[in-house]
Design a protein. Sequence first.
Length: 368
Amino acid sequence: MSDSKSLTYWDYLKLDELLGLQGGVENDEATLHPDESHFIIVHQVYELWFKLSLIQLRLARDQLAPVEVSEDAIPFVVHHLRRVNQIFEVAVTHFSVVETLTPQDFLGFRDRLIPASGFQSFQLREIEILMGLEDQDRVLLGQTSPMEHIRKLGANTSTGDRAWARIQGARSEETLRQALHRWLYRTPIQGSSPDDPGDAQAVDTFIEDYLAAHREEQERQKARMISQLGMEPEAIKARYDAASQVAREFLFAEDQPEPERVRIKRIRAALLFIESYRDLPLLAWPRNLIDTIVELEEQMVLFRHRHARMVERTIGRRVGTGGSAGVDYLDRTTKYRIFVELWAVRTLLLRREARPALRNEDFYAFST
């Protein structure tokens, strides 16, 4: 390493190496199509953003993963996840730079990419895996698993093997979703923690009290809709009855396998408790964490949607260079949701005045 007294900006950032990586297939910028350097650079920038996002996600996950998470750790987690959110917000606006490439200009060199595809961005796949997207929840590429498609596209190449090793390594790690669930499971509900005697009863009582308050609120809304909007009483009653049943099934985790129900029930109850009583002092940072993770997934959804629109604007609905259905495939990925409970619980939230009475309120006050 050079003497620190002679260190320069370009040496520190290794700009010679960095600025020499835009030569394309022939590794010679002189052979590039006039707009090909634009295409290469904007996608390299994306990959640098993805690299930074992976660093931040692992920092946040590692702080949230221990069996005991100190209160001081939550601001750290929020800070680094917010950085990822900002990165993806910038990444979404970055598509406007990509779109300065006109359709015909792109067609001038697009065939040179085949069979390469942005679908092969192993870092973006790694981000999805670390967040908690399961293989079975991915959209199929025809009859093929998308991850298997990535493996085949890179098979028998040193770069492809390294990329696949990265993906496999990410699969062996704990996900942000798993760490979040463990943390939520330990959240005190009405002052009761998982190891406390009678905790299961305390959780069930909170859920039943909340569902009762939820039904009362629905009755108020039903009466207003019938009187103010003239809606058919039976139709609106059926709609609200169905919503009540969905709420009960969700909070008691009846949609989960039997061995998982007790754990998932407590996780969902804790999430509902934090969201409902988010103005309590000790819940200030927990609700910030939840808001930040919701925003993280929102930014990912916006990124996928904006990506699809950019591709449609540039190449229409052609077959992708990697053999995918192109825009049709990208549009289907906009429906991915990893932190499903964080979205679902919003359907159940009540006005402050309609919430069940809070028990052990002093438990959630700042200690003196």
